[in-house]
Ligand binder design. Structure first.
Ligand code: GRF
Length: 203
């Protein structure tokens, strides 16, 4: 599988640790793709000996064209490694085009809310947690879902809940959710690995 990252990469680390422990259902991280340079996720991959690719979006292109162009580069990399699964583990670029068609049902995304709540365009990072707190929710959590052509709309594989506590700030809530993400992302890969070994043909 390919793991796509944009930041610290603690979820990537959870996958690396699970693979090392023999707890990833036979799935293997073939390579890591980042959409920005210099992020810590790349260090995590390098020190584990996983090949890395930094593919920065071309800001000179109009937005949609830029998304397609970046997706095309990721599709080529996925082909190079013959990846069966693509995992978006804190990946902030939006994917488009042939990648979504050719990998339909085989791209999974991690989102820091209980989808379908607090998902969709513009709902990422701290903004999600601020919205949850502003709505006085009593619980939040994380979701791993299959990517479709919408934003955060695909079929849900795993959800993990956490309570929202009095006095929570977006940072405190984010940290509580983050811990659950590390289990959720591994569980989702295990579900996909089991589907593949049962002959799952998503296309
Ligand atoms: C996570 O909160 C994830 O839900 C969001 O980006 C964050 C990534 O964290 N999409 P990390 O880079 O895996 O530490």
């Amino acid at each position: 599988m390919l793991v796509l990252v944009s930041g610290n990469g603690s979820n990537l680390q959870a996958l690396i640790d699970a693979e090392r422990a023999g707890n990833l259902g036979g799935a293997r991280i073939a390579a890591v793709v980042s959409d920005r340079a210099g992020i810590f996720a790349l260090e995590r991959a390098k020190r584990t000996g996983i090949p890395v690719h930094t593919e920065v979006p071309d800001r000179a292109l109009p937005k949609e064209q830029g998304r397609e162009e970046l997706s095309g580069r990721i599709l080529r990399i996925a082909g190079e490694y013959d990846a069966a699964l693509i995992v978006l583990a804190g990946f902030l670029s939006i994917l488009r085009g042939d990648l979504l068609t050719l990998y339909e049902g085989r791209i999974i995304n991690l989102h820091p809310s209980l989808l379908p709540k607090y998902g969709g365009p513009g709902m990422y990072g701290e903004g999600v947690h601020r919205a949850v707190l502003a709505a006085n929710e009593t619980e939040s959590g994380c979701t791993v879902h299959i990517v479709d052509r919408g934003t955060d709309t695909g079929p849900i594989l795993v959800q993990r809940k956490v309570p929202v506590l009095r006095g929570d700030t977006p940072e405190i809530l984010a940290a509580r959710i983050h811990r659950e993400e590390h289990t959720a992302i591994v569980d989702a890969v295990l579900i996909m690995a089991a589907r593949f070994s049962a002959g799952y043909k998503p296309l």
